[in-house]
Ligand binder design. Structure first.
Ligand code: FAD
Ligand code: EPU
Length: 342
């Protein structure tokens, strides 16, 4: 076990926040994971400290030095575990890069995750908040996952129902927060694709690309092009994607909002409620392109808060509070943060 001390986390979080951790440990197998938790229990400097599981650090905002152990999940491996005429089941270790996994599926014509191209981070974190984009969520292709139970020190299988997936939600963000380390996720992908191109600008982009016949590869490329046109690349500008969730309101309240703000953007949900575009609300409050010191609101996507270089996590949090307050004052809608603040 190679426990490192006083490690800078700047390159381990896509916001690029320069904080450090007392201890840092890379984990490459389930055995090492079990060994770590056994050791931690008995070792006096470690036992009182918290542990933070880190994947790609693309949905985390550190606001101070981490007084504990950062466990960097490096479990690797992609295995086809079974298949039938229509489906293929792929078990993917938690430390695999999400986009590389999508590219593997796209290259092999395994359909289902192409709309989720170019989302940063690792496979292990994908069920945490049921990642989603362009009309697809992880739950649509999820079969089961394996997780290490920190309390009972054993591997547990969760099926789709056990995970209690919702919009950017799962049981791992709620009642099991901090209890499990996800070690692998098994996806159920299609051999015969049904394309989902109705969302956002995918069809427009496919036309622009002059695609004659829709393929998994074409849809993936269209999504990549759209994402590159509006989302900041964390390698250039620190960010964690959407900082807030899109809020849901009841239909009657949406009707009232629409009377006052005819251009308001909302999508009717199957249950009759309406999901509002938080980016629109934030833009209307004048935040889009705002910058104070190195903390800002992205000029092309108001839902994304950014670090232009040396912002502290607390500056980003402060900006998010101001945004929440002004959206509430103008629209009477409460924005909820999506990013995990630590
Ligand atoms: P981390 O940030 O490392 O961790 C996130 C949380 O999960 C933390 O609480 C961490 O402790 C926990 N965790 C991580 N791994 C494990 C594990 N193995 N077991 C238990 N807990 C774990 N998200 C979307 O849903 N849709 C998008 O379209 C999208 N676009 C993005 C675009 C950009 C430019 C960026 C920077 C982010 C975007 N995100 C998006 C957010 C982010 O990419 C996802 O939430 C991603 O799944 C986070 O993965 P990660 O490995 O970086 O997780
Ligand atoms: N909009 C504005 N101004 C802005 C941004 C958006 O008016 O500055 C309006 C536009 O009308 C636009 C609509 O909001 O048509 C929706 O915008 P967009 O398609 O960019 O998507 P989003 O709702 O802002 C969500 C997810 C993204 C995901 C995209 C595509 C959430 C919180 N965010 O963003 O996920 O990639 O849809 O499906 O649900 C993430 O979770 O980190 C993330 C990036």
């Amino acid at each position: 076990m190679q426990l490192q001390q006083n490690i800078s986390l700047k390159k381990f979080n896509t916001f690029g926040i320069d904080v450090s951790a007392n201890y840092f440990l890379q984990i490459s197998s389930v055995d090492e994971l079990a060994e770590y938790f056994d050791y931690k229990k008995l070792s006096s400097p470690l036992s009182p400290l918290p542990t933070c599981i880190l994947g790609g650090g693309s949905n985390i905002l550190f606001t101070k030095n981490y007084e504990g152990v950062i466990l960097k999940n490096n479990l690797k491996g992609i295995t086809i575990i079974k298949q039938d005429e229509n489906h293929i089941y792929i078990k993917t270790a938690a430390g695999e890069n999400w986009h590389s996994f999508v590219m593997y599926c796209v290259a092999n014509n395994f359909a289902g995750v192409e709309n989720l191209s170019l989302i940063p981070g690792n496979v292990g974190a994908s069920p945490m908040q049921n990642i989603g984009a362009y009309g697809i969520e992880i739950k649509d292709v999820f079969y089961e996952l394996e997780a290490f139970d920190i309390e009972d020190k054993k591997l547990v299988i969760f099926n789709k129902q056990d995970c209690e997936f919702g919009y950017r939600e799962s049981v791992f963000k709620r009642k099991y927060k901090g209890r499990f380390v996800i070690t692998s996720v098994t996806f159920k992908l299609n051999k015969n694709p049904t394309f989902n191109t109705s969302y956002g600008a995918i069809e427009q982009e496919l036309e622009k690309m002059q695609v004659q016949q829709i393929t998994i590869q074409a849809v993936s490329q269209a999504v990549i092009n759209i994402r590159r046109s509006k989302l900041p690349d964390p390698a250039a500008i620190g960010n964690a994607g959407s900082f807030f969730k899109n809020p849901t309101v009841i239909a009657s309240f949406f009707t009232k909002l629409k009377m006052h703000f005819p251009a308001i953007v909302g999508y009717e949900l199957p249950d009759g409620n309406v999901k509002l575009a938080a980016g629109w609300l934030i833009e209307q409050c004048g935040w889009k392109g705002y910058r104070k010191n190195d903390a800002g609101c992205h000029a092309k996507q108001a839902l994304v808060l950014v670090n232009y270089g040396n912002a502290g996590g607390d500056e980003i949090v402060e900006l998010s509070k101001q945004i929440i307050e002004s959206v509430y004052q103008k629209f009477n809608v409460i924005l909820e943060r999506e990013v995990n603040i630590i």
